[in-house]
Design a protein around this ligand. Structure first.
Ligand code: ADP
Ligand code: MG
Length: 696
């Protein structure tokens, strides 16, 4: 029987359609009003919704419910309670109250708070995010929630994201009013995240403690073949991978995630999945769920999904492209350039607002894309460099330059594409090419922010984007609302904004050496590692931005800074300890065993009077020389990992871990990787790159 995907879609979701069907009309209306207007939900309404949700979930096989949230751990959190409630006769009933739906009180003391909360102040709250649908998974009803402390400070990624969406909606609506758009009640930032990942064989993964504990290989000599031929990118999908992808699609569809595009990525064993874009908060929840589904479904197929930014050195790392735009509640895309962008002043005003926001808050955008894992990826010639710049393309740049110079813009007409084979149909050529090297590229009706690492929560970058753009829109609205000559002041605003901020626009090759030089001349930041980047988060102007728009309080920013910096330190420390462990307990004994074997051969050959021992002697000498250097670095790394973590100045600790510990690890790796090329394959204790990357 052919499966009907239209009925499968969202079958695990307490969707709008289900609500409409299961809830009394007045309750449905009250709930919708609260969702759309963001108003308080009355308890009697919540009670009815909870009852309907429970009955629906039980029909779907659920016995429990859980508040699902996104603390600062880098992953999601859930604690399950069953619906059962004892009654008099020793029996139970299935029960779910409105108050349990709306609010949970998990113990918050074990979640990172960055000093926001003392350990004895344990209480935290989870609060139902009515904008994101509840769903059933693995026998539980999942309720998407925000998470805050007893004092009301946010301890998660969702709360500030929702706050930032509110701010940009308000400011963008103000601008639209000026253009006579009175019917628009709200503006929604939309996001479509493209998710990259690697798949490797489970039994090989289990033999690599570095992958198990850190998500990336800390050792491994390059295989003879990498990605030189670009033959994996968009290549035919292997049946084993295809079976995995088909199950992933189905499970995503069941959860109401509009899985759309899938393909092989550039590096061997690397893949991508992208959904249709959605409201930012929903897209964020969906992406968290997608990453989890990728992992759990891979496991069922005897594969392991690696979501780390740089699991393998020498081939591409994995990113997450954050496609971002602004849509009105009436369904209009505010960043759609249209056929004649030069005549679309409203579009140009939004465009220069983004240009100014990205220029002024480039450091914050960089902060939102930083982590120990992503440090290995950004700046390499495969991913955007550490410099934030924007690609606008030929046409928009020419339009804005004409504005700036007060000259007329001559639109380029769309030409027909003719590729010289008469059998192929003609089609109109796009007016602008794409640019794969830009970290923040305009792609016709949206911006694509390409710096995010594959494991990132999309909330972070979108909090920055929404707030920074909202700030500029607010400034624009204040100017234009006072204007006596709207057309004239509007043109002036577009012109001066572009003039003042065009340094952030770069349409050339972002991977080139010249760009590094040019960017320096333009005064753009080039912050290479997390330790340089994070302090920008707590700079005065950046704190002021968030505080002004009530997206973060100053305390919340400092707490996040502490959490992120200490997570950097912990990551490198765990990597260092893992590396030591593998080398001491696996690599060293293998090298000794091989040396022993060679020495025995040498001895027996010599005792037989053979003089042909040059090969054994050569290898032994080379190995013992490398082993000596390895020992030195092992001792150094051991010492490096004793550096006290409890320093009051976390930035100082992080700097030590970057400059000393990570450096030692890199030096140690170079030696061990060379040893790998000398030692007999049967003696090498862990799967090699060739096995990991080319075994599917
Ligand atoms: P690419 O060719 O770079 O992969 P696609 O056109 O396939 O780009 O789109 C990539 C992602 O961008 C998809 O998730 C898509 O839904 C999303 N996207 C498209 N339009 C918008 C929009 N207006 N807002 C946000 N994301 C969008
Ligand atoms: Mg893309």
């Amino acid at each position: 029987m052919i499966e009907d995907i239209t009925t499968l879609f969202a079958s695990d979701v307490f969707s709008d359609a289900v609500m409409q069907e299961k809830l009394p009309k007045n309750i449905y209306k009250a709930l919708k009003k609260s969702i759309q207007k963001g108003t308080h939900l009355e308890l009697d309404v919540a009670n009815v919704v909870a009852e309907a949700m429970k009955d629906w979930a039980i029909e779907k096989g659920a016995t429990h419910f859980t508040h699902w949230f996104q603390p600062m751990t880098g992953t999601t959190a859930e604690k399950h309670d069953s619906f059962i409630a004892p009654v008099d006769n020793g029996k139970i009933i299935m029960e779910f109250s409105g108050s349990s739906l709306v609010k949970g009180e998990p113990d918050a003391s074990s979640f990172p708070s960055g000093g926001l909360r003392c350990t004895f102040e344990a209480r935290g709250y989870t609060i139902w995010d009515t904008t994101s649908n509840a769903f059933v998974k693995d026998g539980s009803l999942y309720i998407p929630t925000a998470f805050c402390s007893y004092g009301g400070e946010s301890l998660d990624k969702k709360t500030p994201l929702l706050r930032s969406m509110q701010v940009i909606s308000k400011e963008a609506t103000r601008i639209l009013k000026l253009f006579g758009n009175d019917s628009v009640k709200s503006v929604i930032p939309t996001v479509g995240p493209e998710q990259e990942y690697f798949l490797i064989c489970k039994h090989l993964y289990q033999q690599r403690p570095d992958l198990v504990f850190t998500g990336r290989t800390l050792l491994g000599a390059p295989p003879p073949k990498g990605q030189e031929f670009d033959d994996h990118y968009f290549g035919a999908i292997e049946p084993k991978i295809s079976a995995f992808m088909q199950e992933l699609d189905r499970e995503m569809w069941k959860k109401g995630i509009e899985a759309k595009t899938k393909h092989n990525e550039t590096a061997p064993s690397q893949y991508e999945i992208a959904p249709v874009f959605n409201t930012t908060s929903v897209a964020t929840d969906h992406n968290q769920l997608t990453m989890e589904l990728i992992r759990t479904i891979a496991d069922k197929h005897n594969l392991v999904a690696l979501l780390h930014e740089k699991p393998f050195s020498g081939v591409n790392g994995s990113g997450k492209h954050n496609n971002w735009s602004l849509a009105t509640d009436t369904g209009f895309n505010l960043l759609d350039a249209g056929e004649t962008p030069s005549e679309n002043a409203q579009f140009l005003l939004f465009l220069v607002a983004v240009i100014k926001a990205i220029d002024e808050y480039q450091d914050l955008l960089r902060v939102s894309a930083t982590s120990a894992g992503n440090d290995h990826r950004l700046g390499a010639y495969e991913a955007p460099p550490a410099i934030i710049s924007m690609f606008l393309g030929e046409e928009l740049t020419a339009i804005l330059e004409a504005f700036e110079n007060g000259t007329a813009y001559c639109p380029k007409t769309k030409t027909q594409m003719d590729i010289g084979a008469n059998v192929l149909p003609y089609f109109p050529k796009d007016k602008t090419d794409r640019n794969r090297t830009s970290p923040f590229a305009f792609t016709g009706n949206k911006f694509e922010f390409r710096m995010l690492g594959s494991s990132f929560n999309t909330a972070g970058p979108n909090i920055v984007l929404n707030t920074a753009v909202a700030d500029v829109l607010s400034e624009f609205a204040s100017v234009l609302e006072k204007s006596k000559d709207f057309k004239k002041d509007l043109a002036k605003l577009i012109k001066t904004t572009f003039s003042n901020h065009k340094r952030i626009v770069f349409n050339g090759n972002n991977y080139s050496e010249e760009w590094q030089e040019e960017a320096k001349k333009r005064g753009l930041s080039n912050l290479k590692s997390t330790v340089d980047v994070l302090p920008k988060f707590i700079e005065k102007t950046n704190i002021e931005l968030f505080v002004k728009h009530k997206v973060f309080s100053e305390n919340e920013i400092h707490s996040r800074y502490e959490i992120l910096m200490s997570s950097y330190v912990k990551t490198i420390r765990i990597e260092g300890l893992t590396m030591l462990d593998i080398i001491k307990r696996q690599i060293v004994p293998s090298i000794i065993a091989y040396q022993d074997e060679l020495a025995k051969t040498l001895k027996s050959k010599k005792s037989c009077g053979s003089f042909d021992v040059s090969l054994e002697e050569f290898i032994l000498e080379r190995i013992s020389k490398l082993s000596g250097s390895m020992l030195q670095k092992l001792i150094t790394l051991d010492r490096n990992l004793f550096y006290p973590l409890q320093d009051n100045n976390i930035a100082k600790v992080a700097t030590y871990y970057r400059d000393v510990t990570l450096n030692t690890m890199n030096e140690l790796r170079r030696i061990v990787d060379e040893l790998e090329t000398m030692v007999a394959a049967k003696h090498w204790p862990i799967p090699t790159y060739a096995e990991l990357l080319f075994n599917l």
